[in-house]
Design a protein around this ligand. Structure first.
Ligand code: HAM
Length: 420
């Protein structure tokens, strides 16, 4: 037998009970915001056809070229989904959701996978919550999606965040812009970082995304996309900003904001937190009016966002924002002897059916050890039973927080617990 310790892969994290309590709470808040915005949940498979992600997200993106967990099985190519937008778009087409009429308002929470180099706030399995609004062209939809995203952080009391917005225009304005960028950077290529020099030919817009020190001064004087937008794009962008102002959502325009996924058109945005360190994006999104057509559907304009759950938790922790912790048991049954343990086992379902949280000792430990355990678990009450109590049907009922005790019949104990 091998003695190697089996642990998770690098960048993949277990969520232990103390974590899942928090996660469940956070998810319940997100679901409540989604409900109020009238978005409905969609759950797509964890694995998708590799071609969907390659075509949807873009062959030249880091996600597709370097970070996919992909494998073949028989003739099929599978990829662990690295993001949620292309899968939701696929589901929209596959299930003819356009025929349902109106706009589809869909949200999701779940695991995603990218083979990135793990560091704080960057994992190989991470979780996103996100929303996609499909079938609406107007700037109101963009504002609504951004408002939804911001509302989640407001609900947690997170205020020190920065929303950056930009427009990446339509394909023809983007082509003109790329050409201008290329022409600007070519004479400077010797001064660019290696990463950016490599991007010059394939996708010069990604140079703007560079975090390399030496690229920063070169970026400053680079042409700005906003000078290349066609009238329709300019108007749309202007209108999004107006709506955000009306909604009281603070934002900054950032003409150099480019996103690492190829499907964006028009609006692009990112939410940044100074409490995150180098991986400072809490979330991001934008419009993707051409994606659905590109992966085989009838044209449908759409806009969406996705945010990292782990990064939300990092910020909550940094700001010392307390989340509700595990619910302690209402009743801990402390038993002496096998008949009393059996009685407790058979009595607990009745209490649970009244909504009470019950537990007991399962290993016949001493009364002292059981009381210690009840204390450790912060039980509200202990019901202590041995042979004599069973015979008399009168039990010791202890209020753990007040350290008081009395003898009572079960019916009286239950009604007292339920009243409090
Ligand atoms: P994204 O910017 O690639 O966008 O990811 C959104 C968020 O997911 C990031 O801002 C970050 O918080 C989190 N995230 C991404 N990668 C990791 C990682 N390796 N570890 C931890 N957190 C991570 C999208 O995924 C688009 N689908 C967003 C969208 C939806 N656009 C339109 N609709």
């Amino acid at each position: 037998m091998s003695t190697t310790k089996l642990t998770t892969h690098h960048g993949m994290v277990d969520l232990l009970p103390e974590d899942t309590e928090k996660w469940n709470y956070i998810e319940s808040v997100i679901k409540d915001v989604a409900r109020r915005y009238h978005f409905q949940e969609i759950r797509t498979p964890i694995m998708e056809p590799t071609e969907l992600i390659a075509r949807g997200v873009g062959q030249l993106t880091d996600i597709v070229s370097k970070e996919m967990f992909a494998f073949n099985r028989g003739d099929d190519q599978y990829v662990l989904r690295p993001e949620g937008t292309a899968p939701v778009a696929r589901a929209f087409i596959q299930h003819h959701m356009a025929q349902r009429g109106g706009v589809q308002r869909l949200f999701y929470i779940g695991p995603f996978f990218r083979a990135e180099r793990p560091q704080k706030g960057r994992q190989r399995q991470f979780h996103q919550f996100g929303a996609e609004l499909i079938g609406a062209k107007g700037a109101i939809a963009d504002a609504e999606i951004i408002a939804f995203m911001m509302e989640v952080y407001r609900r947690f009391g997170i205020e020190n965040i920065k929303l950056k917005v930009n427009s990446v225009g339509n394909p023809s304005s983007r082509a003109a812009y790329k050409k201008a960028l290329y022409e600007y950077f070519v004479p400077l290529q010797d001064q660019l970082s290696d990463i950016s020099r490599n991007r010059l030919e394939s996708n010069p817009m990604r140079i703007l995304d560079s975090k390399e020190e030496q690229d920063q001064p070169l970026k400053e004087k680079a042409p700005r996309i906003t000078d290349y937008l066609e009238k329709e794009s300019r108007d749309h962008y202007e209108e999004v900003q107006q709506h955000l102002k009306q909604l009281g959502i603070p934002f900054e325009t950032d003409p150099f904001l480019v996103r690492g996924l190829d499907y964006y058109t028009e609006t692009a945005f990112e939410l940044i937190s100074p409490d995150l360190g180098s991986q400072d994006a809490l979330g991001g999104g934008g419009r993707y009016d051409l994606l659905i057509e590109e992966i085989g559907g009838a044209p449908a304009p759409a806009v969406g966002f996705a945010c990292g759950m782990e990064r939300l938790l990092i910020v909550l922790e940094a700001l010392n924002i307390e989340l509700p912790s595990a619910e302690p048991p209402d009743v801990y049954f402390v038993t002496r002897g096998a008949p009393a343990a059996k009685w407790a086992l058979e009595t607990m379902p009745g209490l649970r059916s009244k909504g009470l949280v019950c537990t007991m000792d399962y290993s016949g430990r001493s009364i002292k050890a059981q009381m210690k355990d009840a204390n450790r678990q912060q039980a509200r009450y202990a019901i202590i039973a041995g042979e004599q109590e069973l015979e008399e049907q009168i039990f010791t009922f202890r209020d753990m927080s007040e350290s008081t005790e009395k003898k009572a019949a079960m019916a009286d104990i239950i009604s007292e617990i339920c009243q409090k």
